[in-house]
Design a protein around this ligand. Structure first.
Ligand SMILES: [Zn+2]
Length: 417
């Protein structure tokens, strides 16, 4: 059961003295992930604009794709027929799929816009972005939603999410959870944590059934997802509820995801509450973060892996991460700048191209821009996490992360003037 499975396991390496930060190794049927690690996002079974070989060369150890998107297009049955996600997209290493819960609900209510709104004084369970029609409705059994592609009606339940994710065949899957926003009322958050726990139990049962039914396939690990928004008691309760599911000798989760609305100001605190309750010997994945300060806080609080679409998404819009902060290579001051995107970066783009060339590609709307900028940004975040990992091993976490962040945010303040 759980991490004793011969195809999947997690070993803690070094722990930072007096803190929660740790290194480790996640073992999957498709290889190891040395943690802490940034997981590259390939939503539709591709890291946009970049070859799998190139993303591997940039240091990515694993790729995370999206169950909701692949279920709608091309269909999880097609990915299964291709031999699973890794074979379909030509990625030999470990893969993750998320449950689809976030996309089903966030695309359904224009959640990204809702997240960007101020939460001051607003408390409502009918949260929806202005100009949006509600495309998703939640009931006790699951979620009914309309496809963002063609408006067709679909239904996800915990069982269906597990069936879809088993077809997709990723090494690590996530339980189907209900997503709330910071604006939901406290009583709704309480009910939602309970519902997510009931859904988690159904996910485990269905996962157990499918694992037995498809015993010949490589083992797929299942992570439970911790919700509870910004409330300490709900977060801790949510973790205990998920752990209790395996306590009666049944199947328990192989790891845990920390999900839901996280206010930037208390991200480290919330991750800390969860990690204090979570078992030491199972990996912890923080869903959807990528800013350098958030990554440092999350690792310090005990998280092992992270994913975020941001490095490649902002790259396509011209935003470049560098050791001296994030800047926009589309600005006219880079027209004649023949230095690399980041002088200290070891990526393919920085070895062969200049800011002036990237600036030109963007202005000329050349597709190579997206490829080169994505390689650099992915490498930046991956190597940032790798440097932090080395610092945990060396016992120099505070010095190293302090220097990294000081330089990054000093530079950001400089370039935003
Ligand atoms: Zn670079």
């Amino acid at each position: 059961m759980g991490t004793t499975n011969s195809d999947f396991g997690f070993t803690v390496g070094n722990r930072l003295a007096g803190g929660q930060a740790r290194t480790g190794v996640i073992r999957t049927p498709h290889g190891e992930i040395h943690t802490p690690a940034f997981i590259a996002v390939g939503t539709k079974a591709t890291v946009k604009a970049v070859l799998p070989e190139t993303i591997a060369e940039a240091g990515a150890q694993a790729v995370l794709a999206n169950a909701y998107h692949l279920y709608l297009q091309p269909g999880s049955d097609i990915v299964e027929a291709a031999g699973g996600l890794g074979a379909f997209m030509n990625w030999a290493g470990p893969t993750f799929t998320d449950s689809g819960g976030f996309q089903v609900m966030s695309l359904g209510v224009g959640f990204k816009k809702v997240l960007a709104m101020s939460t001051d004084g607003i408390q409502s369970d009918e949260v929806i972005a202005s100009g949006k029609t509600r495309l998703a409705t939640v009931d006790e059994d699951g979620v009914t939603f309309s496809s963002h592609i063609d408006g067709s009606k679909h239904r996800f339940t915990p069982e269906i999410s597990m069936q879809v994710q088993h077809q997709l065949g990723a090494d690590i899957m996530f339980a189907f959870d209900e997503l709330t926003t910071l604006m939901n009322t406290r009583s709704y958050q309480e009910a939602s944590v309970e519902r997510t726990r009931r859904w988690a139990a159904r996910c485990l049962a269905e996962h157990d059934r499918l694992t037995t039914e498809w015993a010949g396939k490589p083992y797929q690990a299942l992570f439970g997802v911790v919700q509870g928004a910004q409330y300490e008691d709900l977060r801790r309760e949510a973790v205990r509820g998920l752990i209790a599911l395996g306590a009666d000798g049944g199947r328990s989760f192989d790891g845990y995801g920390i999900g839901g609305a996280l206010e930037k100001g208390n991200l480290g605190t919330i991750v800390g509450w969860c990690c204090q309750e979570l078992p030491e010997d199972k990996p912890r994945h923080l869903l959807g973060i990528s800013e350098p300060d958030d990554i440092v806080l999350a690792i310090a609080a005990g998280a092992d892996t992270f994913d975020c679409v941001s490095p490649s998404r902002v790259a396509r819009n011209g935003a470049i991460y560098s050791r001296d902060g994030r800047y926009n290579v589309t600005a006219s001051r880079f027209r004649r700048d023949f230095s690399p995107l980041d002088a200290d970066c070891d990526c393919y783009t920085c070895a062969h191209y200049t800011r002036a060339y990237l600036h030109h590609l963007f202005k000329a709307k050349e597709r190579l821009f997206a490829t080169l900028a994505t390689i650099h940004n992915e490498r930046f975040i991956i190597s940032l996490v790798d440097r932090i990992k080395d610092a945990i091993d060396a016992g120099t976490f505070d010095e190293v992360t302090g220097q990294l962040l000081d330089r990054y945010y000093a530079g950001s303040a400089e370039t935003s003037r």
